[in-house]
Design a protein around this ligand. Sequence first.
Ligand SMILES: Cc1ncc(COP(=O)(O)O)c(C=O)c1O
Length: 459
Amino acid sequence: MTYQNYSLKQLQTIDAAHHLHPFTDHRDLRAAGTRVITRADGPFIYDSEGNEILDGMAGLWCVAVGYGREELAKAAYEQMKELPYYNSFFRCTTPTPALLAQKLAEIAPKNINQVFFGSSGSESNDTALRLVRHYWALEGKPKKNRIISRQSAYHGSTIAGASLGGMTGMHDQLGGAVPNIVHVMPPYSYQFGMQGESDHEFGLRAAKAVEDAIVEAGPDNVAAFIGEPIMGAGGVRIPPASYWPEIQRICRKHDVLLMLDEVITGYGRTGNWFAAQTFGLEPDTITTAKALTSGYQPLSALLVGDRIASAIVEKGGEFFHGYTYSGHPVACAVALKNLEIIEREGLIERVRDDTGPYLAQALQERIAGHPLVGEVRAIGLMGAIEIVKRKDTRERFMPAGSAAITVRDHAVANGIMIRATGDTMIMSPPLIWTRDTIDMAIERILKALDFAAADLAKK
Ligand SMILES: Cc1ncc(COP(=O)(O)O)c(C=O)c1O
């Protein structure tokens, strides 16, 4: 590889001169310098200094089958030789998106049989928004176009994604969001639960916030509710068990479509193909991306329920939407092979029956008692650690988010990549992790917490 002719310093200088990074304060980045990741294998990433780092984030929630999979490289290579690109416009298709769509229909909840491809989660949420509004227009109800979402939700970074999301910092920079999207309270009891309220009651109250928003607008004006089954970037917020069934009941009662954003939770993370199955839901759309190819190729798939799909097919008329790379043959070939690996190696069953429960137990028994930790949460192979100054009062360190960054920096220095979001440490490792990998991760996280506690005590 040609990059090997460059020193670390040269790569950092070139990067700083020309490369604008996502979600980054570039003044800070240039002062701190970038870490250059040069290769990866199995559960580990390696930087240009040769440091081995256990990847507790599966890249960015995506590398489900781990790194260094020859089979995926071969699938891409073979497809590139055969047919590197052709589009799905002009009444054409290519074999791999057709076969992938069939496979996705097989593993999705039973009311879902159609797929619309894109290249990223943000793009597919754009598709989802366009599609549900188009659906209601086809049904003769063009005014039924309000979308209910939640504060702190993350649905991507395009204008549609950021508008659907509930990140105020992103809204402030939009210069005008997509109209008619409102955001209600998220189902996050650690922050919004009231004294004496059970988790069950809180879940129902959080769902009622959605119903209130529907009633306030008038159900004839509300197209859909969108939510991540588990809010990921917002801090791995796991809703109480009462929340999702109640949301589904409310949506059905008011004839409001249910849109799930499973960009993070799709393809095994919660111990089922989709979190919709974990929570017993039959949504009208499911946005997926990331682990669909384990990140080896950019690809997203919007899974479209029969209700919307039949209206589009039966009523006809062109849906004026799509991308050059919708159904990219190479990305779809890689996805097919990736899903085959997930199935062949029983990764989903492993998460459901073994590593998921083991991670939850390890966090509870070995991390929750640390003086810096206010709460731990886990579901499947997703975990969160709340960093607090005082456990009893849940007081946070100031400025907000700074303590989690301190923990993150010590974590990376001690050989584990976990992410800081607000005052929460989050993890979402490759599904290939075993009990031993989890033990290794827990030891490294504990070390990081100890070092961080010592640093924070000085402040
Ligand atoms: C729930 C959710 N939706 C959408 C997206 C956006 O996906 P992408 O970054 O591929 O556009 C993300 C990214 O992390 C996500 O977590």
